[in-house]
Design a protein around this ligand. Structure first.
Ligand code: SF4
Length: 274
């Protein structure tokens, strides 16, 4: 992260009225590089946010021709889902605010062991204000409840937390743009840091890219454990992809991924999936 990015984040949080940041969530890495895995159980500490430093003079550095997504890496001390929602307010921080009806924040258990992250709200979600309530959402519910029931595992959709990379519906359901994902990603980062789940499931390529900054496709990444800031993460297909009739094989693979995920999440003897 560059000094200018740090300055921008500090100013952003100061604008939100946040006065202290959690240093244990502030890894040191260069922009564009994948987030490192932190050493286990860091001792949390915090620092006050200093008065905003004057912006350095503009330097005409040519922008790298890259579409990499780098989520911010600062979380306020004592963050909660309610506080994050309050900070989002009637958000107009990116262009998606112009066409949305609702801000679709997320739903589920604040202390969930498992968080599902999708791409962004669709028409039904925009209408109702909740994530995954349309056809893809119904399939996700079936996938969670059905897979767990088949293996006699005590897990239902309401035990999980479900949210998206962007909180407002992209027009015509297009893929969110990199800058929209970066801006709204601040809230996703804070949601995940506040919940601290045992595992995360990235649904589809956009969520995988936002969280892992990987160029790999879902087909290559799925089924294998990845890490997001030390938290085990599984990538699998987005339910809307599985709704297409010809994706029978992908459906079987998604069910396999969920079984692996659920068995790890519910096994209290396992702190690491590998
Ligand atoms: S998508 Fe996120 S950042 Fe953009 S307007 Fe909606 S809540 Fe704000």
């Amino acid at each position: 992260m560059t000094a200018e990015q740090v300055r921008q984040y500090l100013e952003y949080y100061k604008d939100l009225g946040i006065t202290h940041l959690n240093l244990s969530s502030m890894p040191v890495f260069t922009a564009g590089a994948p987030a490192p895995v932190p050493s286990p159980a860091p001792v949390p500490s915090s620092v006050p946010i200093p008065a905003a430093a004057p912006a350095p003079k503009a330097i005409s550095t040519p922008k790298a021709p890259t579409m990499e997504i780098v989520l911010p890496t600062l979380a306020p001390v004592g963050d909660t889902l309610a506080k994050i929602r309050e900070d989002i307010g009637d958000c107009k921080r990116c262009g998606l605010c112009k066409t949305r009806k609702s801000i679709v924040y997320g739903s589920g258990d604040e202390r969930a062991r498992l968080v599902f992250v999708g791409e962004g709200p669709g028409a039904d979600e925009d209408e109702q204000g909740f994530p995954f309530v349309g056809r893809a959402g119904q399939l996700l519910t079936q996938m969670i409840d059905g897979t767990a029931a088949k293996d006699s595992l005590p897990l239902r959709r309401e035990d999980c937390y479900i949210c998206n990379v962007v909180k407002c519906r992209p027009p015509e359901n297009r893929t969110p743009l990199p800058d929209e994902m970066e801006i709204c990603g601040q809230f996703l980062f804070r949601q995940l840091m506040a919940i601290q789940p045992k595992a995360i499931c990235a649904l589809g390529a956009t969520a995988a890219k936002a969280l892992l900054n990987s160029k790999e496709g879902v087909t290559k990444m799925r089924g294998n454990w990845q890490r997001w800031h030390g938290i085990p993460l599984m990538v699998t297909y987005h339910p809307s992809y599985l709704l297409r009739a010809y994706n029978v094989e992908a459906k079987k693979e998604a069910w396999t991924d969920l079984r692996k995920l659920f068995h790890f999440v519910l096994d209290d003897t396992k702190v690491d999936p590998e």
